[in-house]
Design a protein. Structure first.
Length: 167
């Protein structure tokens, strides 16, 4: 995934220095987790303000999705917990999750999830859905790991991002 983008240049991925990964990985580790974590600020314009209807949202995504998950759990294999009001659509080893309240979309996010080895190809169906979501609702994708924002209605920007993010 690209680490930064500037006009007219190709995104460049920063390589960690020798020992940098180990240094940060061991810092504040308490055996089962980390003592400190970065907390993001609340978004300036929360998704519920768009009043996206859950049924319309699902109908738009379902045309391209390979799988639908009406039961979603969080945690790990030893400690799982059902997450109410959360659903997911599976694509080429990616899942588009969403939460809802009173039939309105509250949050939406992507996660890499190896559904099947045979699906390890370019996620064209996912790209099509993201483009549709951009046009229908004016959504943007925020890649928190890479500090990037992508306008989902901009096909060129979305294609470039997905090609770089999958390398």
């Amino acid at each position: 995934m690209p680490a930064g983008v500037s006009a007219g240049t190709k995104p460049v991925k920063k390589q960690p220095e020798d020992g940098e990964i180990e240094q940060h990985a061991g810092k504040d580790f308490a055996g089962n987790g980390f003592l400190n974590c970065a907390c993001r600020d609340d978004v300036a314009y929360p998704l519920p303000h768009l009043n996206i209807d859950k049924k319309e949202f699902k109908a738009l995504i379902a045309t391209e999705s390979l799988f639908y998950f009406d039961t979603v759990y969080t945690g790990n294999s030893a400690d799982r917990e059902l997450v109410k009001d959360t659903r997911g659509f599976g694509f080429e080893n990616y899942v588009l999750y969403y939460t809802f309240s009173d039939d309105t979309i509250v949050t939406c996010w992507l996660d890499y999830n190896p559904i099947a080895e045979t699906l390890n190809n370019y996620p064209e169906r996912l790209q099509n859905v993201l483009l549709k979501l951009g046009h229908a609702y004016g959504l943007i994708l925020i890649d928190w790991n890479e500090c990037l924002t992508i306008n989902l209605a901009n096909k060129h920007a979305l294609c470039d991002y997905m090609k770089e993010a999958l390398d």
